[in-house]
Design a protein around this ligand. Sequence first.
Ligand code: SAM
Length: 267
Amino acid sequence: MSALRFSLRFNPMLSNITLIQTKSLLFSFSSFSFSVRKPSKTLCSSSNSLLHTNGGTSNSSPLSGLEDELVGYIFGKKKATEVAHLVWRHVLHKGDIVIDATCGNGYDTVAMLKMVADESGHGRVYGMDIQTEALENTSSLLDETVTQKEKELVKLLPICHSRMDEVLPENTAVRLVAFNLGYLPGGDKGIITTSKTTLLALEASKKMLILGGLISLVVYVGHPGGREELETVEAFASGLCVDGWICCKFQMLNRPLAPVLVFLFKR
Ligand SMILES: C[S@@+](CC[C@H](N)C(=O)[O-])C[C@H]1O[C@@H](n2cnc3c(N)ncnc32)[C@H](O)[C@@H]1O
């Protein structure tokens, strides 16, 4: 039952971060921890295919080429959401189908639309939120920032993300499901994502994702229920099978309220 972990090796010259495989080794640099968890002995039904990323050859690491951005995050020069967008860009192709599980004010929806929309009208973004206000904000942002043709590739759904598998057409090949958890910025702070429905949505995402796809989460821990939600996400990620998933977390150790980034790569 030896748990394998990957860790980042950090070069003090800031020029080189590499993923290395090691046994039960967690590297931490100053106030930053990064761990890729490969839980042992979890059975997996998916085939053990290689990762397919935009950034490199089919067997490259899902984070290769993003070293500078990750260093930028460590030193507070990049926000968690910016890093998430860069990782999405690495994984997505024009014409892909993606899900924004928490539309909020629409910034993530617009970012992913720009990555998948192509000239021929392929690519789809399914955006979800339980608040009408959030979907209206998202729709307005789309009006301001994308063309009408691009906006037509977005379907905004006023539902809980735990129901995503009920509303998307059967066998839809989804390459990205993105969660930006917590409350609507500028909105009612009492309406937040919850551990229970987030877990259900993660289970649904797991089934809908294609090989080479990504579940991306930005988790906020500064509000009531946030830490519990992070624990739920971590427990879910820890239970994913070794052969089928690479699961990693980026967390600042001495900034306890900083958002935590979680990436679950399906391979
Ligand atoms: C942090 S905000 C998302 C920010 C957004 N992605 C953006 O770019 O502006 C979280 C959103 O999740 C929504 N939400 C809460 N519970 C939800 C649920 N069960 N299903 C879908 N959305 C939910 C909230 O209404 C809120 O708008």
